[in-house]
Design a binder for this molecule. Sequence first.
Ligand code: HEM
Length: 431
Amino acid sequence: MATQAEPTLTGEDATAITDPGVYADWNGLLDRFDAVRSENPVVRVVNEEVHDPFWLITGYDDVMRISKDNKTFLNSPRSTTMAGRDMLDFVKKITGGSPNLVNSLVTLDAPTHPKYRRLTQDWFMPKNLKQMEDEIRTLAKKTVDRLVDAGGEADFVPLVSAPYPLHVVMQILGVPEEDEQRMLFLTQQMFGGSDADLSGTGMEMTPEQVLQLVVGAVNDFEAYFAKLTEEKRANPTDDVASVIANAKVDGEYLSDRDMAGYYIILAAAGHDTTSASTAGAMHALAEDPEQFARLKADRDLLPGIVEEAIRWTTPVQHFMRTAAEDTEVGGQKIAKDDWLMISYVAANHDPAVFDGPRTFDASRSPNRHIAFGAGAHQCLGLHMARLEMKILFNELLDRIETLELAGEPKRATSVFVGGLKTLPIRYTLSK
Ligand code: HEM
């Protein structure tokens, strides 16, 4: 690490922060963040050839403060997720100047953001979700049936943790079951674009190829949801797609692009993330048969397991913010327009806040993790994610007697949303 007036990461230390391959090696990544945090919790990452410089924020308190101060730290006008300069130029060319392929809640700020968020907020509140519990339970049962049918050995990710949250979010959106596979494929292309397995191409790709794939996925999404909007305007039903299709902001229907962005954020944010935390919880239980047995005997432990799995996995690994004015974070001067990466992974493994942060400790209390973010953009689906996981694990615990790993779990290579892409397990069924 270079020592300069302004703490700066350069060379390999800098490239690692945006290298998807580095994020596939979880312990290596955490080692890296620990080293950076202990030396310079607010540090500039400079890799001129690849991206504009940004501040990497790794301390819990700083990540929390930035997340909550939505006046000083804006989601717009720069990309809200890490994007290289080539990619940004390409995206701007396609969009006519916007750094984001789609407009969505995460790319907006006040006063527009709250207007859009309000449109669907009630849908994601516990009161409404309560009415959906039976439907979610039915989906959970069907999903666990597949595991039961598989006998005693399976890869948990493709069989359970990937499809289940997708079914749930698609049900809420009002997407018919026969189209879910396509949605899964598209989100994997958008979020797992650089991962050879997840992108479905089976080969490593250049950033330009990744972007082409992502653009293709976005276009497919837009076309799909444009049709759905037509249907839901003609025949509104009791689902979020109908709310969005018929919603008006300042007296106007949402534009096609804004509507597509809304669907995309819900469809995409609603399943890859919960899939990762679900696989993470199963991973932790498979590695600790005693904890699994305790949980089987005492379901009151389940909320703690779910919360700790969400912290331990931190599926959304970062977001970006842009400073609206000159300010200061952790003693460092931040200039207006500076770009910042808030690392939820690093914050959730900050030893100043979490004892033994790498240990999966279901009895952690309090567990003030920031995996769902904080402030105006705090995850809209956090109640849903928790509920889905609780319902699924109750079902799994009813039907599985013993559980162990049957091979090495593997993580996706992704800088933004990350988690396990394979989790081989061996299990016996309850009588
Ligand atoms: C374990 C699962 C999940 C995790 C870890 C997660 C994490 C996050 C994070 C970190 C943010 C950004 C927060 C910020 O900027 O402060 C976010 C935003 C969001 N999440 Fe989630 N999420 C999860 C599940 C879901 C689900 C199930 C949905 C529902 C469909 C959802 C919908 C959204 C939406 C719409 C936003 C944008 C909110 C806004 O900008 O106003 N998420 N999520």
